[in-house]
Design a protein around this ligand. Sequence first.
Ligand SMILES: N[C@H](CCC[C@H](N)C(=O)O)C(=O)O
Length: 273
Amino acid sequence: MRFTKMHGAGNDFVVLDRRDGSPLPPRHELAHMADRHTGIGCDQLMILTPAQRPGSVAGYRIVNQDGSDAGQCGNGARCLAAWLHRDGALQREGVLDSPAGPVFARVLDEGFEVSLSAPRFDAPSIPMTGVSSDESGHRLRVGDCDVRFGAVSMGNPHVVIEVDEITAAPVELAATLQSHPAFPGGCNVGFVQRVTRAHLRLRVIERGVGETLACGSGACAAHAWLHHQGRVDEHTAIDLPGGRLGATWAGGREEPVRLSGPATFVFEGTWNS
Ligand SMILES: N[C@H](CCC[C@H](N)C(=O)O)C(=O)O
């Protein structure tokens, strides 16, 4: 089975081409491919599938390192745009059918951009239940801590916790939040430091993976949440441990969040199943 290893700001992927509609390998085999010790190693497998809508370039599915499905993956979508561009299937721009709906992909002079869905902040969209909320956000008791956070669906669930200093973020809270009954589908947990109205620092502990070097939908969620609170401008540069991403959203209810950044080819290979 041919595969391509890629990364976007250190968030790494195994890309499989199933645009011919052939069946996917079983889930345990996908998790084996993602394993960093006994497999190829990646945060997510990005699987190209046949287009679902007339005019779309391709569809895709996302499988986390632990074999679970995800509804969206911003950096993975950017890497697929780069893959399809190299393949000749995507010229300057085109639509990809993601599990969360259409994603508009664009080749930039430097890097690749995708327009993910409009952010959703309501509890059922996350999904999230049993938390106390006011206009400044949500709160949840986790052990001795009163955790205040934002919640955003980017097609996948994100908790956004603002911290004063990213190096001192209480990342150990993430595991408890991820398995908390308040989030029946689990969640990705981002810790964000607002440096200025146009510059953020972010770390994301991903559902189904652990801490990643970057998370595109997490970057969009952090930007959208802070913009929703009136605390950042329309565009932010977001520094993650693996590199810089850009997020753009001016607050329109149906306006997609745009995510830009690098998409890099690492190697091609054959997996012997
Ligand atoms: N790395 C991805 C997110 C994967 C999402 C996944 N961990 C989940 O929602 O379960 C990104 O760039 O958006």
